[in-house]
Design a protein around this ligand. Structure first.
Ligand SMILES: [Mg+2]
Length: 311
């Protein structure tokens, strides 16, 4: 009955089969009522959900369907990186309008690219029709010593991975009717969840972390609030892209870089050799009211300013 090519469950089933074929070894275990996940002994299960909506989180005229798939999966997986968790699996729920049906397998390729890159197999999900494309991804990971936002202590040093500002520069170019530079565009089309980097940092003593999704200064405020500490950040050496000044780059969201706190010096040169990515000391944690005090050339810069969907 379900193989009948008619409306309803048959059509959905055909799409599931097409997705499974397209995903190949990036997916496994799809098809039962629920997925079974082995969690290594002694680990905690680390779970996070993330969703992205056409016109809110991405624009079809800015990115290819495959890039959109990668980007949404990478953003979800970045939350596992922030916790220094090893990826186990992901669940993919797609709400698909008719206008997207012709591109959905290309978008699925991007999801599979991210699944393969991080060994987070696609193990299930859900499909539904909708008026707007919505991609909802649940990621599952495992960690022995997860990095949390509440682990920062006075005296810690603060470090960030990567270069900031690319997404803001790219979105600004697109919104102005122009085209971003390839480097800035790549930061939107192909953000990389810093999985190996976060485990490396945790092994060397980092004990608090967050991934930068709303903006460096906004996300720093989450660590300050959770850890009940003041974060003193000097932006002078923040590596930037897009020709942005560090205080502007510190408000760029969708970076998916890491901000970590460590009680010990971390070998930044060793990190850069290992990952071909900058690791930059940007400040320290102080006792005091939960707050972020950011400076550039010795002058205080305004806090926050990142992206907030509900502001
Ligand atoms: Mg996050």
């Amino acid at each position: 009955m379900r193989d009948d090519i008619t409306l309803g469950p048959g059509k959905e089933f055909d799409l599931v089969r097409a997705l499974e074929e397209r995903w190949g070894d990036a997916a496994h275990g799809i098809g039962d009522d629920a997925a079974l996940i082995d969690v290594p002994a002694g680990h905690q299960l680390v779970v996070s959900a993330d969703s992205a909506v056409d016109g809110v989180h991405f624009r079809r005229d800015w990115l290819t369907p495959r890039e959109i798939g990668w980007r949404v999966a990478a953003a979800a997986l970045s939350d596992l990186a922030a916790m220094a968790a090893d990826p186990l699996a992901m669940l993919v729920s797609l709400s698909i309008p008719d206008a997207w049906l012709g591109d959905i397998l290309d978008l699925a390729d991007g999801l599979a690219d991210a699944a393969r890159a991080t060994a987070a197999h696609i193990v299930g999900g859900d499909l539904t029709g909708a008026r707007e494309l919505c991609i909802a991804i649940t990621v599952l990971g495992a960690a022995v010593n997860p990095l949390r936002r509440n682990g920062a202590r006075p005296g810690d040093l603060l470090y960030v991975t990567g270069r900031f500002g690319g997404p803001l520069a790219a979105f600004t170019a697109w919104q102005g009717g122009g085209r971003p530079s390839p480097a800035d565009r790549d930061r939107v089309a192909h953000p990389v969840p810093r999985m190996r980097e976060s485990r490396w940092l945790a092994e060397r003593g980092a004990h608090a972390a967050i991934d930068v999704s709303d903006g460096l200064l906004s996300d720093a405020a989450h660590i300050a609030a959770a850890s009940h500490v003041r974060l003193a950040i000097a932006l002078d050496h923040l590596p930037t892209l897009g020709g942005l000044s560090p205080d502007t780059a510190a408000r760029s969201g969708d970076e998916y870089e890491l901000l970590v706190a460590s009680p010990r010096d971390i070998d930044t040169a060793g990190f850069e050799r290992r990952f071909e990515l900058p690791l930059t000391a940007i400040g320290r944690v102080e006792a005091g009211d939960a707050d972020v005090v950011a400076t550039l050339h010795g002058a205080r810069v305004a806090p926050g300013g990142g992206f907030d969907h509900f502001s």
